[in-house]
Design a protein around this ligand. Structure first.
Ligand SMILES: [Zn+2]
Length: 269
């Protein structure tokens, strides 16, 4: 996706590129144009790297300074070249782009040095915006091979997935640290709600319990007086078990009453 704005300093329209799309974009070289402005040097380098991966050639950084960037094809004297200058606070503008290769691209192996964890995580992170989306490391490995034509190791695919996951949804540690605030808001906005967090001596998370006020009220007024407790194992970094206490209504439909997180079904939780 591209947008434009007037460049007052240079008296011309600057075309911006928004980095993204990743594995779905087939021709990244088409995104390299003279006059195009990138939000920063990293965004430009990522686009150049994606162009190199899809074009099956390696890169050589000739100059990478605070205000200048020059990248060439690895094989000399191939003329493929991108030169860019800083034009704003962070923005870089492509001033020279020679898209023609005179090298033999067949010498490039199927493993590409520019297919890094950092780059691939940017390419796949949109997959995790939907919390119900399931996109495994094996999927990343397959898609990179299919769309880029290069092979990556399973560990690279796994680290890319972990980094993308962290960038979109935050780390597990950050999520657990937000739990007290979440409980406060839950009780504040849902009258009758009960929450409880058990921590160990080092103030680390042990157990969690939550029952929404409306669920408690509904159970007391309309449900059969029987509660069933079941649990499912969590497969995130810190494992644990998610417990749910359910009741039945008059039509034998399941009615959730309370949720909890503990270590194991047989332990103190
Ligand atoms: Zn070349």
């Amino acid at each position: 996706m591209h947008t434009s704005r007037a460049d007052l300093k240079h008296g011309q329209s600057l075309e911006y590129i928004h980095y993204g799309g990743g594995l779905l974009c087939i021709n990244w070289e088409a995104n390299l144009k003279v006059g195009r402005v990138y939000p920063n040097k990293i965004a430009l380098l990522k686009t150049i790297s994606l162009a190199a991966i899809t074009g099956h050639f390696r890169l050589r950084t000739v100059q990478s300074a605070k205000r200048r960037l020059c990248v060439r094809c690895w094989q000399l004297p191939c003329p493929w070249k991108v030169r860019a200058y800083k034009v704003g606070l962070h923005e870089f503008k492509v001033v020279i782009y020679d898209p023609l290769h005179e090298c033999d691209l067949r010498y490039v192996s199927s493993h590409h040095p520019q297919a890094t964890t950092e780059l691939l995580s940017d390419c796949v992170k949109w997959r995790f915006q939907d919390s119900s989306s399931i996109y495994t490391a094996a999927d990343i490995k397959k898609d990179v091979k299919q769309n880029f034509g290069v092979s990556i190791s399973y560990s690279t695919a796994w680290r890319s997935r972990e980094l993308a996951f962290k960038r979109i949804r935050g780390s597990a540690e950050e999520s657990y640290s937000l739990l007290p605030s979440y409980c406060y808001e839950l009780e504040h906005t849902n009258p009758g709600t009960l929450t409880y967090i058990e921590t160990d001596a080092a103030d680390h998370f042990s157990y969690f319990f939550m029952a929404i006020g409306a669920c408690i009220q509904g159970f007391k007024s309309s449900m059969r007086p029987v509660i069933a407790v079941d649990g499912t194992h969590l497969k995130c970094k810190y494992k644990g078990v998610l417990f749910v206490a359910t009741a039945f209504d008059g039509n034998r439909n399941i009615y959730p009453v309370a949720f909890g997180i503990g270590d194991l079904e047989t332990d103190a939780a």
